[in-house]
Structures are given as C-alpha cells and as structure tokens.
Design a protein around this ligand. Structure first.
Ligand code: UT7
Length: 336
C-alpha cells in the first residue's frame, strides 16, 4: 500500500470581475445584502467572446499544476474532472483535457458531485494511487456558472452567489504512509436532492422533443433552485461531522489542524466552523470574497492560493471539507 500526495497545484480564473454593484444593475439586490449574507464582494464571470469554457479553464489550471509538479504531461496516468457545468451534455470534460493537453490515451473520469466534486475526485485519485493502479493522477475542478444563471430578480437568491473558475492538482505516489492524504470521507443524502438542483436538461424531466417544441422562456427548470436556509442549516452540521470523522479516523484533535480549507459556500458557514473548531483566522483559508462560490473549483482554487501564499507547508495537517447539492459532503485529511 502507498499514500498519495499533492505535488502540484494550479488555478485559473477569468479576468472579468463582476462586483455586487454590477449585479444590482441587473436585478433587485445590493452590495450590502450580498456581503452581509454571504461575504462575497465580487466574482469572476467569463465574458462573452473571451473563449473560456469549463474545459478550457480546467486545462489552464492543469497546465500550471503539471508544471509545478515537475513531471511531463505523459507521466500522467489518469485524469479526473469534477464539474456541474460541463461544456456538453456528454461527453464530460475529462476527455477534452486529455485531448487539449495531448496526453497519451489514459483514462478520463468525470465526477458529478457539485460542491463536493473536488473532494470526491481526490478520494478516487487517492484510492487509485493507494492500490498501486496509477502513479500520477491529474484532478481538476472547474465551473462556468455564469452562462447558466437566472440574472433577473427571480434568480437573485442563487445567481449572486456563483462564480466561474478552475483549480487543479497533480497527485503522485508517496511511499511513506504517514505523509500525504491520510484519509478521505464521503457521504450523501439523496432525500434532499431537490433542495439544491438544476432539473434540466434531464431525461427524467421531459422528452427532448417537447422541450424543443415548448421554447418556454419562463421555464425555471434550467436554472439552479436552492432552498437556501435549509441548505445552510444542513451544511453547518455536515461540515462539522465530516471534519470530526476525519480527525477521529487519524486520532487527531482539533488542535492538530494547521489549515482548514472549507468549500467556499458562504463566509458565515466558514466562520461557524472556525468557531466550532476553535481555529484562528490564520487557520482557515477563505477567498469567497473575491470569487464567490465556484462549487467543484472552490477548494482547488483556495488550496492553490493558500499554498502560493506559504500558508500550507511541509508537515502541516491540512483539512479539506465540502458540502453541497445532492446532498453530498466529504472531507480529506492531509499531512502535507
Ligand atoms: O455551495 C453549496 C451549498 N450552498 C450553501 O451552503 C448555501 C447555503 N445558504 C446560504 O448561503 C443562504 O441561505 C443564502 C445566502 C443563499 C441566502 O441567505 P438567507 O439569509 O438564508 O436569505 P433568505 O433566502 O432567507 O432570504 C431573505 C430575504 C428574502 O426576502 P423576504 O422574503 O424576507 O422579503 C429574499 O427574497 O432576502 C431576499 N433575497 C435577496 N435580497 C437581496 C434573496 N436573495 C436576495 C438578493 N438580494 N440577492
């Protein structure tokens, strides 16, 4: 048995900054409301014509991660791509990355676990490496939300939250099993699937021929729906549980956490978890103020920035945790 460890991190966010005041020109909202309820000041939204897609942003983040890993692209044995906003209904973006990076014909897996997508993807990568099946795995989380949001007052409860961007990590084999990813913990509770959902296009919803005939501009099933308060209440409980589960599995205490990187869903959720685990401001990394919620991309973007800023160092105990649509949630405990 081996462990896996992260040897390269990268991120890419579109240049176009959209402030809360910009949004208040599109819908009835305000900088004050958005900052107070979410902590978000601005987000990046791909601008018409600049060519970024979920796949291309993922590729840009991956290139940085591979370069920093110091390996050749052809040493990558497997690609995992987490997103809820793929360029196409199928195939998923994993194969687009394989093609764009001109990597030999390795496997490409697409993960569909929304805000928990990167944590799920890391868990898959870790286990492929642990069993010895693969040595180097490229894991990407990327989202292009802005093309899919209802940017009118009807959609304001959701559209002010989400941002575009991508993050990537290269994982490799670690022979010392006291280092690297120590454990991953995954959960789901499908009874709440419709509390945070985009229903269409879905074969379970309607016949494609009916959709084409309807051309119904008021059809809300293509836009995200979220029961915000219900999601919030579940998030704070599940974040805490799954972090605790990870700590206990490794016989660690909350005092052992050097850096917690929570999925960037809402600054108030992160602050609640910080308080619960008695962590200082320096022990929790937040960048939701600048990027909003980038779902599967949020943890790899935050982890990349924390690493770039020297806040994640060798020997640190790093905890990643996520909760979101599904519901799905999970954590990763890393000895860096
Ligand atoms: O990443 C996946 C997991 N996601 C989460 O964890 C998100 C969890 N939920 C949340 O972060 C919060 O519930 C939200 C930020 C989405 C909403 O905050 P809230 O404090 O729960 O507000 P609310 O939904 O209860 O809405 C309060 C009021 C409502 O008006 P009334 O009914 O009180 O008159 C909304 O219509 O705020 C109104 N509202 C807005 N007002 C201005 C909703 N969205 C907006 C907006 N601007 N953008």
């Amino acid at each position: 048995m081996y462990n896996s460890k992260i040897i390269g991190l990268g991120k890419y966010v579109p240049e176009n900054v959209v402030t809360n005041n910009d949004l208040s020109k599109l819908m009835e909202t305000s900088d004050e409301w958005i900052q107070e309820r979410t902590g978000i000041k601005e987000r990046r939204w791909v601008k018409e014509g600049d060519g970024d897609t979920t796949a291309t942003m993922g590729v840009k983040a991956a290139k940085v991660a591979i370069e920093r890993a110091g390996i050749d692209k052809d040493e990558i044995d497997f690609i995992i791509f987490a997103t809820l906003s793929p360029d196409m209904y199928f195939p998923g973006p994993g194969v687009q990355v394989q093609h764009a990076l001109d990597i030999k014909t390795v496997g490409a897996l697409d993960v569909r676990n929304q805000c928990s997508g990167f944590v799920y993807a890391l868990s898959v990568a870790d286990n492929f490496i642990k069993t010895g099946m693969y040595k180097n795995v490229l894991v990407i989380g990327s989202e292009l939300h802005s093309h899919g949001l209802d940017k009118t007052t009807r959609g304001r409860g959701v559209s002010v939250i989400f941002g575009d961007g991508a993050g990537a990590a290269v994982l490799t084999r670690e022979e010392d099993t006291s280092k690297g990813i120590l454990s991953t913990h995954l959960h789901s509770q499908g009874e709440h699937a419709e509390e945070l959902v985009v229903k269409a296009p879905g074969m379970g919803t309607r016949w494609v021929t009916d959709i084409l005939e309807d051309d119904d501009k008021d059809d809300e099933s293509y836009f995200p729906h979220m029961n915000g308060q219900f999601v919030f209440k579940n998030a704070v409980v599940r974040f805490s549980e799954v972090i605790m589960e990870g700590l206990m599995t490794n016989k660690l205490k909350k005092e052992d956490i050097d850096m917690l990187i929570p999925h960037q869903a809402n600054l108030r959720i992160a602050q609640f978890i910080q308080k619960k685990f008695e962590l200082s401001d320096d022990q929790v990394y937040n960048n939701i103020m600048r990027y909003g919620n980038t779902t599967a991309a949020s943890i790899p973007i935050a982890l990349t920035e924390a690493w770039e800023e020297g806040k994640v160092k060798e020997g640190d105990t790093v905890v990643l945790a996520a909760f979101g649509s599904g519901f799905t949630w999970g954590s990763v405990i890393i000895k860096w």
